[in-house]
Ligand binder design. Structure first.
Ligand SMILES: NC(=O)c1ccc[n+]([C@@H]2O[C@H](COP(=O)([O-])OP(=O)(O)OC[C@H]3O[C@@H](n4cnc5c(N)ncnc54)[C@H](O)[C@@H]3O)[C@@H](O)[C@H]2O)c1
Length: 434
């Protein structure tokens, strides 16, 4: 049976490599839509947890996962030989940066090695989802899969790139109602990848090449990084001008056209915005092009944790205290609201800077009951209990989780540095804003 018929009849076995924030929700969606899904990961405890039907990703509800596992439509494995049984394979492995800020595509290469070693020669459809620089699919994946001419793309196998656009913690947009961009090596690759994703998402947006599809994701994330950089700079400027940046953004956002609000904060976090633009500037540099907006946004956004620490020092100084030995509660360590993800979190930068100045650190975050900090393991402080707050000289709000009542800090801690405007509209002498 052709791959097209298998997709249309839902008989295709869907392989997903990498069961993280991107791969697990994707695997679940395919399973819910009636495909048989095999999810591959190197991490045996994760695989075991999936097979017990227990989710570790907030956007993946355990009841839905366990139903698919019980029905047998979703199974996870560390046995990569089973890749040979998959009709389609979506690769969702990490794409971090090296210390030099150059792309680290070693996880993609490792997934690729497994695909080549466990080949399904019957027209397998392979789709890379990991965010990467334009050219990765054609320059890195295609030659390995063609195996020096032994296999022909568009005939023996099909290859495409489709960027994952998941926004963890977003209550409105999910895999299904977020359009999926698809670009294949050949028009047939694009058509088949569009057909596959068209069976789980409301809208597929085909583009003419894998490079275009790779670039779409980098445009989206660079757009965010640059606009956040701009608004962070405006926040620093407004501070000097004694203006409230939040009020200004809120008013500007009433313009129904030509403006889109972005908000300042303690710095960038997560796996995407602080990292992806560097993939693009690295690739641009290979062609002799300096991506100046990207670099500038990186500098401004990277300075925000220092600004936060300056605001803490200023607030303490006003109360004739100093950072050294000050007891500081960092409120929220996740990189953004309503997620249990610490990656690149600006809270960690702020904590490191505070510690370097001699502050004594504690933290509070309902998504992290404990936090490994150097040789120590810290426990989350429950800020709903006033007695737990008594000892602190300052609370610095880094993450604005929806389920946290920040008002309990008012009157309980002598100084509150609010980097997220959680105290919008509240006037209190203890509050120092960004
Ligand atoms: N998290 C997001 O919000 C988000 C959004 C859009 C795009 N992305 C992109 O999607 C990709 C995956 O990100 P993520 O957040 O899901 O990462 P993650 O770290 O949450 O998950 C990656 C998973 O891949 C597994 N893995 C690593 N190497 C492997 C290999 N060779 N074979 C099999 N499994 C392997 C890891 O064990 C882990 O379970 C990245 O390129 C990221 O930039 C992430």
């Amino acid at each position: 049976m052709s791959i097209e018929k298998k997709i249309l009849s839902r008989e295709a076995v869907v392989g997903i490599i990498g069961c993280g924030y991107v791969g697990l929700p994707l695997a679940l969606e395919f399973a819910k839509k009636g495909f048989r899904v095999v999810a591959f990961d190197l991490d045996a405890p994760r695989v075991d947890q999936i097979n017990r039907g227990i989710s570790y990703i907030p956007d993946v509800p355990t009841p839905e996962l366990s139903e698919c596992v019980k029905k047998g439509t979703l199974v996870a494995t560390t046995d990569f030989s089973r890749l040979a049984t998959a009709d389609t394979v979506s690769i969702c492995v990490p794409t971090p940066l090296r210390k030099t800020k150059d792309p680290d595509i070693s996880y993609i290469v490792s997934a690729l090695d497994n695909l080549v070693a466990n080949r399904n020669p019957n027209g397998q459809l392979i789709i890379l989802e990991s965010t990467t620089y334009p050219g990765t699919t054609r320059e890195v994946m295609l030659p390995a899969l063609e195996a020096e001419g032994a296999f022909k793309v568009g005939k023996d196998f099909f290859l495409a790139f489709s960027p994952e656009r998941v926004d963890p913690g977003n209550p409105v947009f999910n895999i299904v109602n977020t359009p999926k961009v698809v670009g294949g090596i050949t028009p047939e690759c694009t058509r088949l990848a569009s057909l596959l994703y068209g069976s789980i998402v409301d809208r597929v947006m085909p583009v003419t090449s894998t490079e275009s599809a790779e670039m779409v994701k980098l445009l989206e994330n660079t757009f965010r990084s640059v606009n956040i950089g701009l608004v962070n700079e405006l926040a620093l400027m407004s501070h000097n001008l004694n203006l409230n940046i939040w009020e200004i953004i809120e008013a500007a956002a009433t313009k129904p056209f030509g403006f889109m609000p972005f908000y300042p904060g303690p710095g960038l976090g997560g796996h995407c915005i602080p990292i992806d633009p560097h993939y693009l500037s690295w690739k641009a540099r290979q062609t002799g092009f300096e991506a100046r907006f990207i670099e500038l946004a990186g500098v401004v956004n990277g300075s925000m944790p220092h600004h936060v620490v300056n605001r803490v020092a200023y607030g303490l100084n006003e109360q004739t205290k100093c950072l050294k030995n000050a007891k500081i509660l960092v409120v929220g360590v996740a990189y953004k609201k309503d997620v249990n993800d610490l990656r690149e979190s600006p809270a960690l930068d702020v904590m490191a800077l505070l510690e370097k100045s001699g502050a004594v650190l504690s933290y509070s975050d309902p998504y992290f009951p404990t936090l490994k900090w150097g040789a120590e393991t810290l426990s989350s402080v429950d800020i709903s209990k006033p007695e737990a707050l008594k000892k602190f000289d300052c609370a610095v709000v880094i993450t604005n989780h929806t389920k946290v009542d920040y008002k309990t800090l008012l009157g309980a801690v002598p100084l509150i540095v609010d980097t997220r405007n959680v105290f919008k509209g509240t006037s209190h002498p203890s509050i120092v804003s960004l």
